[in-house]
Design a protein around this ligand. Sequence first.
Ligand code: ADP
Ligand code: MG
Length: 318
Amino acid sequence: MRGPVRSSPSPRLRGEGRGEGASPQAQTDGSDAWKGPLTRNERERRAHSDLSPQAGRGEGPGSLQPLLAVERVSLSFGGVKALTGVSFDVAGGEIRAIIGPNGAGKTSMLNVINGFYQPQEGRITFKGRTRTSMRPYEAASGGIARTFQNVALFRGMSALDNIMAGRTLRMGCGLFWQMLRFGPALAEEVAHRRRVEDIIDFLEIPHIRKVPVGRLPYGLQKRVELARALALEPELLLLDEPMAGMNLEEKEDMSRYILDVNQEFGTTIALIEHDMGVVMDLSDRVVVLDYGRKIADGTPDEVRRDSRVIDAYLGVAH
Ligand SMILES: Nc1ncnc2c1ncn2[C@@H]1O[C@H](COP(=O)(O)OP(=O)(O)O)[C@@H](O)[C@H]1O
Ligand SMILES: [Mg+2]
């Protein structure tokens, strides 16, 4: 496997007119301030994909067989309605952003998709199979991997062991053989190990593979988490604010890795992200939630001009 394609040195986010303190209003003014820092330009990316928005996407269910379809999903916790009748789809090969103010229901949506939460209403179709809810194991073995809003790794374990743990579901041999590290399990572990090392190289973290995760800086912990999710070789990767808490440089790096994963592994990605500039740069299509309802769905350009989206973001601190 070849390494990630990246051009370096890369332009940085700094001075691009959309610093951390930029107001939501300023971020939706449609000016060139939106032009993000990523050298990977959209045209180049879409040229590699037959899934351009012009190819019939975003025209509602049925226009193209989606990898994932969420239909009229409602989820409540006691009296709190986290999601109300939300429908959207994710086409194979795309990067789909889910955005919205805090408490909009974004994380809940990912939790429904990968089976952590069972919705009271609605249904999910993944790879053509429809169900009212997923089980987390089904989701993972069926090809859905996930990272979390807060780093969820074994802090005392090395980066390598954390990533290997993400591989467990791929391991065909029974636990019996695995524990003995003998016979078929040994050969299998070698093969898995090789695959994991490939991912480690891809994300450029070989130097930290023996380091306990708890000792790593935050940006690298997030990268290990991404590596662990990739170890499952998912068809659909769910990323919950993969850049939260990162500085601009770390954000830019993570953006690139996400693009590289999408392009080079062909992994479909659903991504929650607060930095609107990053969303605009990375995503093919964006679904916007507010108070548990979908308020907009379309290309980044369409969504950023949508008055309901602008209203939803006004006065919301991130
Ligand atoms: N496990 C839970 N128990 C009770 N309420 C929850 C739970 N998870 C989320 N919520 C509520 O559901 C709403 C949506 O939350 P969440 O999906 O985390 O939003 P977001 O990720 O967009 O910030 C919020 O009002 C939140 O308080
Ligand atoms: Mg959240």
